[in-house]
Design a protein around this ligand. Structure first.
Ligand SMILES: [Zn+2]
Length: 142
């Protein structure tokens, strides 16, 4: 038998969930998606069935260019889940995407002590079996 049980698995989304399933399917193609309301123009994230601005159901999917700015962050130094306990310390951030939505994500490819509010970041991906997890790294040259 393979020794994969030695490595704790990342908790993953429920792919049958109808509001977020299209989002996770798009990650397989390396696309970070968000929604825009056709009625009022509100930018909606995380994915939902109805607009957070007007309550209407006419939400259109769009693909983000994957560039944004760190709004705030914290450094995780301990975690109760074995998968994340193996990653500490890491920076968990709220990133403002240039398209106008904010998402909770991990900052990779940087010393967590060097992460800063206002820092420009770009999308990266982590493979996680059926889906890919959107994470961000400092933008090259910034
Ligand atoms: Zn709306």
């Amino acid at each position: 038998m393979a020794d994969v049980a030695a490595r704790p698995a990342r908790p993953l989304p429920h792919l049958a969930e109808p509001d977020t399933a299209p989002f996770w399917r798009a990650t397989r193609e390396g696309r970070l998606t968000y929604q825009v309301c056709r009625r009022c123009g509100a930018v909606v994230f995380y994915p939902r069935a109805h607009c957070t601005g007007c309550g209407g159901p006419e939400l259109e999917w769009r693909t983000s260019a994957g560039e944004g700015t760190i709004y705030t962050f914290t450094v995780i130094r301990q975690h109760g889940h074995p998968f994340f306990a193996g990653r500490v310390p890491y920076a968990l951030a709220l990133v403002d995407l240039d398209e106008g939505f904010r998402m909770l994500t991990e900052i990779v490819g940087a010393d967590p002590e060097q992460v800063r509010v206002g820092q420009r970041v770009e999308l990266a991906w982590e493979d996680a079996g059926e889906v890919r997890i959107p994470v961000f790294r400092p933008r090259a040259g910034d």
